[in-house]
Design a protein around this ligand. Structure first.
Ligand code: PMP
Length: 427
């Protein structure tokens, strides 16, 4: 009653209505996209529902498809050994870690997985987070702040951008894979900041090309920045034993300060990791909000990821098959006149088709032909650079690859010939 009386005495601001979500410009954009789909009769290619685990093939609505929309690069998702170990972890630990590892404590599967990740890189230690996205946000925002500078390749993943934004650091980008451009940014700015971090990806997720690690390390030795490499699409993919970008270039992984990766792709689980020096890992485990204040990785997922790493180490022929498949896909696509952009043909091969609507239409046409591949459209890539993004796995057969490229080239030509009328609609 006292509070009500006090409030009555104070001048009241005019009542402000609660904003409705369906009146936001964000929602209008969603509706516009739906309308564009309805108008053109182009079905939404996203959120297709799969009846079973999707690898080199998948089943949707009872029909079998060749699948290029799964990150299961080494086909470990349905491996009987992975399933066994995941089931054993459920039997022993249940499903959840139930709270932060600081509070709820460790499970041996966590420390075993982190030990194995450290040994992949030959570094001191590793720490896991509950997703790759969170790993980038938590690690970057923990290590740099408002007095610091982060310089990144223009094509890095949204999660790293979110981490930089959260950190409050000054952000500068350099042109994709352009080391000279990076150096000119560093030359101008590096004296003004406390800490400098440079962020790149081992294999770029939209383009399938590789960071120039030797040149980056040479720059690091002169400018004294921390180098952070996101290996989401490189672990299991690059190098004869699938250890990633450092193995591809024959370099010592200890020269990179911060290795980041996800457990959701090659290791067919869920989660992310940072690997590096013991001091780096100790800092993150004590100070990174996304580790300290978030639940520990589910033991079942840690066990599954560990199994994926074991298969990666013990069966390098999977990585070898992936290399062959990526190279074959790229060779066939180029021979068919498709624009594969910058891809060097490992895990990711884009086929760039131009505007967003054409990419969506092509994806839907390929679905009719029994091929599942997803479009990447604006704003994920610049308008005019929309593409289909093919993820290659070690389990794709030569026949599946040749057939899929041939059908893609034919269907794209059909679309171009039809001179798709509503090509300029911005999706
Ligand atoms: N980094 C890169 C380069 C990625 O492509 C992704 C996911 N596609 C992530 C980080 C985030 O990983 P996750 O999906 O495991 O959260």
């Amino acid at each position: 009653r006292n509070r009500a009386a006090r409030l009555n005495r104070q001048p009241q601001p005019p009542a402000r209505p609660v904003l409705r979500f369906d009146e936001l410009p964000e929602y209008q954009r969603v509706q516009l996209q739906r309308m564009a789909g309805d108008l053109t009769g182009v079905a939404n290619p996203f959120y297709r529902s799969h009846d079973r685990a999707a690898g080199a093939t998948t089943t949707m609505g009872g029909r079998e498809f060749i699948n290029f929309a799964s990150y299961d690069y080494l086909a470990t998702n349905t491996d009987p050994r992975t399933k066994e170990r995941a089931k054993a972890a459920i039997d022993r630990f249940g499903i959840s870690a139930s709270a932060s590892r600081l509070v709820a404590g460790e499970r041996p599967v966590h420390t075993e997985l982190e030990g194995e990740l450290a040994s992949v890189y030959g570094v001191d230690a590793a720490v896991c987070f509950v997703s790759g996205y969170l790993t980038n946000v938590a690690a970057i925002s923990c290590l740099v702040g408002p007095q610091d500078l982060v310089v990144h390749d223009e094509f890095i993943h949204n999660s790293a951008l979110a981490g930089i934004k959260q950190s409050g650091a000054t952000r500068r980008l350099f042109r994709h894979n352009d080391i000279e451009n990076l150096e000119s940014v560093l030359r101008t700015l590096s004296a003004d900041f406390r800490r400098i971090m440079v962020i790149v990806e081992g294999v770029y997720s939209m383009d399938g090309d590789i960071a120039d690690l030797p040149a980056l390390l040479e720059l690091r030795s002169r400018y004294g920045f921390w180098l952070m490499v996101d290996e989401a699409h490189a672990l299991g993919v690059l190098g004869a034993r699938g250890r990633g970008t450092f193995e591809h270039f024959g370099l010592d992984a200890r020269d990179v300060d911060i290795w980041m990766g996800t457990l959701s792709k090659t290791t067919s689980s869920c989660g992310g990791y940072i690997a590096g020096s013991q001091a780096l890992v100790d800092i993150l485990k004590a100070e990174a909000g996304g580790f300290v204040y978030s639940v520990g990785l589910a033991p079942v997922l840690a066990a599954a990821a560990r199994s994926g790493l074991d298969i990666l180490s013990s069966e390098p022929e999977r990585t070898e098959r992936l290399h062959r498949n990526g190279a074959l896909f790229l060779e066939c696509a180029r021979a068919a006149g498709l624009d594969t952009g910058l891809s060097v043909g490992f895990s990711v091969v884009p086929v760039i088709v131009g505007d967003s609507l054409r990419a969506v239409q092509l994806s839907n046409d390929l679905l009719q032909e029994g091929i599942n591949v997803l479009p990447i459209i604006h704003p994920a890539v610049p308008e005019g650079m929309a593409r289909l993004r093919f993820f290659i796995t070690c389990d794709h057969t030569e026949e599946q690859i040749r057939h899929s490229v041939e059908v893609t080239a034919r269907k794209l030509k059909d679309l171009q010939d039809r001179n798709f009328g509503l090509a300029s609609l911005d999706m």
